[in-house]
Design a protein around this ligand. Structure first.
Ligand code: NAD
Length: 300
């Protein structure tokens, strides 16, 4: 199958490589030279533009930073240029409204398009173990599924166009707020004189247990190995968590949903990013919640 892949960054680079490894003819495009070189090294043919990449493709996969990039690439280079028979798959995390608008324009032009954002970070993109949440028609899902399976361990149909993005931001809003609550519980436990390992042993088997505690514990040396044990390097950057919290808050406002915990968590990640935490794992927010944290040099 001929697959055009646009957006070969941290995530897209590994995903395009897995499609090539699976035997697909991948023609890739990115604006950044290092991303192009990596894709070339991983068996992808390189196009000189997005339009050149999609010409003659059976499928188009995009993995771009945000809604404006997705809308621009589909408007300028995909719709009207890719064959009408090509399945269009956007894997970027973007706002629900833009995802629905782009799908509407594609579908009015005779294309089948799905939104298929991912859960799992760069390591999962490289290993081909992402989880895809897919929004679109049953036919769109059926066409996208075998392609997505080459890049992931789970491919789930979430519903109509935009439903993949909706599932992704609801999940990440829950994760973001749950992590803040977990950090608060550990910070309070410390102030109350509890040993943090003892608190973990109790709460991980009691009703306060959550994924944020038992799979991604924000306290170094407690629970399984997590970014906290590596000075919060790697993992899921706080800046990306903030992006997803903002998308969730935008969607909540548009839908008229009451999300006070999400709003508060968004503000906390914003403060953490503003104070120099953008590239740290999002669980490092505990360093701001626990007031023994010393901010980075330039912010003091
Ligand atoms: P990234 O910034 O590393 O990669 C994006 C790539 O898109 C860059 O290489 C950039 O040059 C390219 N690009 C931008 N505009 C372009 C255009 N017009 N034409 C061609 N290429 C263009 O970002 P990433 O970390 O790979 O994330 C991609 C998407 O995946 C984002 O929406 C992000 O929210 C989502 N996501 C990321 C992670 C993660 O852990 N990094 C996890 C889940 C989801």
């Amino acid at each position: 199958m001929k697959i055009a892949f646009i957006g070969l960054g941290n995530m897209g680079g590994g995903m395009a490589a897995n499609l090539a490894k699976a035997g697909h003819e991948v023609t890739a495009f990115d604006l950044a030279e290092p991303a192009i070189e990596r894709a070339r090294g991983n068996g992808c043919a390189i196009a000189t533009s997005a339009a050149e990449a999609v010409a003659g493709a059976d499928a188009v996969v995009t993995m771009l930073p945000a809604g404006k990039h997705v809308a621009g690439v589909y408007r300028d280079s995909v719709i009207g240029t890719a064959p009408k028979s090509a399945i269009l798959i956007d894997c970027s995390t973007i706002d629900v409204a833009t995802a629905r608008e782009v799908e509407e324009v594609a579908s009015a032009a005779g294309y089948t398009m799905v939104d298929a954002p991912v859960s799992g970070g760069i390591a999962a993109a490289d290993a081909g173990t992402l989880t895809f949440m897919v929004g679109g028609s049953a036919d769109g899902f059926a066409q996208a599924q075998p392609i997505l399976e080459k890049m992931g361990k789970a491919v789930i149909h979430a519903g109509a166009a935009g439903a993949g993005q909706a599932a992704k931001i609801c999940n990440n809003m829950l994760l973001g707020a749950a992590m803040v609550a977990t950090c608060e519980a550990f910070a309070l436990a410390k102030k109350l004189g509890l040993d943090l390992q003892t608190f973990y042993d109790i709460s991980s088997k009691a009703s306060g247990q959550s994924w944020s505690m038992t799979s991604y514990c924000p306290v170094p040396g407690v629970g399984p190995d997590t970014p906290a044990d590596r000075d919060y390097e790697g993992g899921f950057a706080a800046a990306l968590m903030l992006k997803d919290m903002k998308l969730a808050m935008e969607a909540a406002q548009e839908a008229g949903a009451y999300t006070p915990m999400g709003a508060e968590a968004e503000e906390i990640y914003q403060r953490f990013v503003d104070r120099g935490g953008a590239s740290k794992d999002f669980s490092a927010v505990i360093q701001m919640i626990d007031d023994s944290w010393v901010p980075p040099q330039e912010d003091r």
